[in-house]
Design a protein. Structure first.
Length: 356
């Protein structure tokens, strides 16, 4: 089975038609190959591929004709995670791997033809992998204008109900702007820092929430936290979660264009926690001062459609999670939700999306 790339070009107007451009199959086995479309860089479309530790960059022209496949020979075996920041004329590639017992995070600068512009360098090494929180050791964040990049790691402090968040803030030339460390207390191990995002100034934002029930989908308490770019202090704001209604699958976005931090979540109602509304809140980027808070009720007709649209669902939007939040400088917002569920054979499905 082969991977085929598509480009879709569309213009507005009744007389214009959509045009689809697609690539010829290269023979990649989709069952064993993972890939990431990096986007256009210097006029070429770059695609990262990994098949059993065979790491490559496929280079396509604007018409999706294959130009080259570049082997990433510098990559160690057993890379657990690769992240990319496309800067238009170059791509910053970050990769994580284990060497002996330690965990490493390295980066390399790639050019428009998949070539190495700057040799790999190590950003950080973790000596205690057993304390790492989450499935990947390091998180790679970048601001909306891509002028600030942050590598962060969340560790549990031994014999203490405290997380240690280590941060490395860089500019787009990978010059270190600031390194920091935060201590964040928690009540239970399921209370973990989530939804990290970065502002254009390098401010770090994330949430800490406590579920009302073990493994539950709704928060009984929720806090938004902010770390300024060059200090290790932390500011926080408690989010109203009346009757534990805020779904744990929320999205957080720092928007410098509107000068706001946005929080959006599905909201439950009644004892069954049937999703019946959307929580949409805005805060100032600096002081987390509340700007706007809305509970937008979903119509009965929409809820009925969602109940009947996927017959296995017991509740409205029971299997949906918000995944994308798009905003503009005028305060408009668009939300994207995805349906995700496991069937009786333990196969994961992504069947529908919904736009708000």
């Amino acid at each position: 089975m082969a991977t085929i790339l598509f480009l879709l070009a569309a213009t507005l107007g009744t007389s214009s038609a959509q045009r689809v451009t697609y690539s010829a199959p290269l023979g990649d086995n989709i069952r064993t190959t993972t890939f990431d479309i990096l986007g256009f860089c210097g006029g070429n479309l770059l695609v990262y591929k990994n098949a059993y530790s065979d790491y490559r960059i496929s280079v396509y022209d604007s018409r999706l004709k294959i130009r080259d496949e570049v082997a990433l020979k510098f990559m160690p075996s057993g890379v657990s995670q690769a992240d990319f920041v496309n800067l238009g004329d170059r791509v910053l590639m970050y990769y994580q791997y284990t060497h002996r017992r330690d965990l490493y995070c390295d980066y390399v600068v790639l050019g428009p033809h998949g070539e190495v512009l700057e040799a790999p360098r190590t950003i950080d090494r973790t000596l205690h992998p057993d304390r790492v929180v989450g499935q990947i050791p390091y998180h790679v964040l970048y601001s909306g204008d891509r002028s600030r990049i942050m590598i962060l790691e969340v560790l549990r402090v031994e014999d203490s109900l405290t997380y240690r968040i280590r941060t490395f803030l860089y500019d787009d030339s990978m010059q270190l702007v600031a390194a920091g460390s935060l201590s964040v207390p928690y009540l239970e191990e399921t209370d973990t820092p989530r939804n990290f995002c970065l502002s254009d100034q390098g401010g770090l934002y994330f949430t800490m929430g406590h579920a009302g029930e073990p493994g539950g989908n709704y928060y009984s308490s929720l806090t938004v936290m902010y770390k300024p770019p060059r200090t290790n202090e932390i500011r926080e704001r408690t989010v109203s979660v009346t009757d534990a209604m805020v779904n744990t699958g929320l999205v957080l976005k720092a928007s410098d264009r509107s000068g706001s931090l946005w929080l959006a979540a599905l909201a439950g109602e009644g004892r069954a926690r049937d999703v019946g509304a959307i929580v949409l809140q805005r805060y100032t980027l600096e002081g987390l001062r509340p700007l706007d808070s809305r509970l937008i009720t979903l119509t009965d007709s929409l809820k009925e459609v969602m109940r009947s649209g996927a017959g296995a669902l017991r509740q409205t939007f029971d299997d949906y999670r918000l995944t994308v939040l798009v905003t503009d400088e005028k305060g408009h917002a668009m939300l994207v939700g995805e349906q995700r569920y496991l069937d009786p054979d333990n196969v994961r499905h992504y069947d529908h999306i919904v736009l708000f």
